[in-house]
Design a binder for this molecule. Sequence first.
Ligand SMILES: [Zn+2]
Length: 424
Amino acid sequence: MSGGQASHSTMKALLVLALLVLAAAAFPTDPRLKGAKVVRVVPQTLDQLHHLHQLLLQGRHDFWQEPRALGSPVDIMATTRQLPQLAASLEQRGMEVKEHISDVSRVVEEQRTQRYKRSPQAMDWTAYHDSDTINRWMAQLASDHPDLCTLETVGKSYEGRPMNLLTVGKGGADKPGIFIDGGIHAREWISPATVTFLVNQLVTNSSAHDDLLSSVNFYFMPVINPDGYDYSFTDDRLWRKTRSNTSQRCKGVDANRNWDFHWMEIGASDNPCSDIYAGPEPFSEVEMRVVRDQLTSIADIKVYLSLHSFSQLWMYPWGFTSSLPHDWRDMDHLAREAVTALTGVHGTSYQIGSLSRILYPVGGSSQDWAKGIGGIKYSYILELRDTGTYGFLLPASQIIPCGEEVFQAFNVVANFVRTIYTSR
Ligand SMILES: [Zn+2]
């Protein structure tokens, strides 16, 4: 072998090594997820349910589906280290522990590889996109449809990312409004994907929605926790909270426990390392202050929709108590009509009810604030697809079907606002 050949193969080896290092940087491996599993138990007794609540509040495990009621499945992610002890404590109380997702890191890696195989810059609904791609797409949409869309940067996140509000409509500022936000919980990627799907349907198909667009205003904020959302692309796929430095030990706050309405009263934690940490004080998170300021400054919002995942639920207040608002029947009725339309598209079923009754009690949620302080009559949290097969790791191939069905529900809500509030 000549010296030239040797140096050539050395170069080649170095190049391969450099590529591997680059790939490792682009595909960071989260040690927490290596070999992690999601296990499912179904509590059948109050004692079992209580035990699960205790585990949730301890904050050591990542609950993908929190304990809700007897007979409702609870999904818990456990690392290889945690699993034996967790399984023992569940089985000791008579619960059967079933493996639901056998290797979380494998699913994350598979989906990440698929995403990097394609052009990451172009906005579409066959892949999930980071906040920068979504922002650039909204800017383009607004410049392509100046008669219909206004894009405003209404604030900046903790780490300085722009927080954008896209207003869609052509009837003037005094028309009744519907406010839709997404991405309050970072890892719930189907949420921003669905919000942008709704925007795209409404704007690029505007002639079909002419009546709506001249009588209702739509306010979209697809990614209201952009720091956490982007972090779930770059570092930790299962990150939920914001990225603020509220304590020495752990970063971030559960943005949907941070609102100043029955804050920290129930279903929230004062432990900064918990995934349901309510923050050092109400509205400690700048991103939630930005959204709050929009909800208070925009005139005449009739409906607030906040998109989450997963579990397929359409929920209204209250979260902080099992009592119902005096006008809950109105909210329930509209929810039922919307869900009927949703189910009509692909047969997907959603459960309907108040947050505290069909999920679990939660203080400091945006939905409760929107109704209790914001005075918005119809306030909803949607938990989108699925019911746990993939959970937060919903494959991108489900974005379009999810968007299609949610759009029909959205259409029912929008037409309701048009007919009820614009007869003057
Ligand atoms: Zn959520």
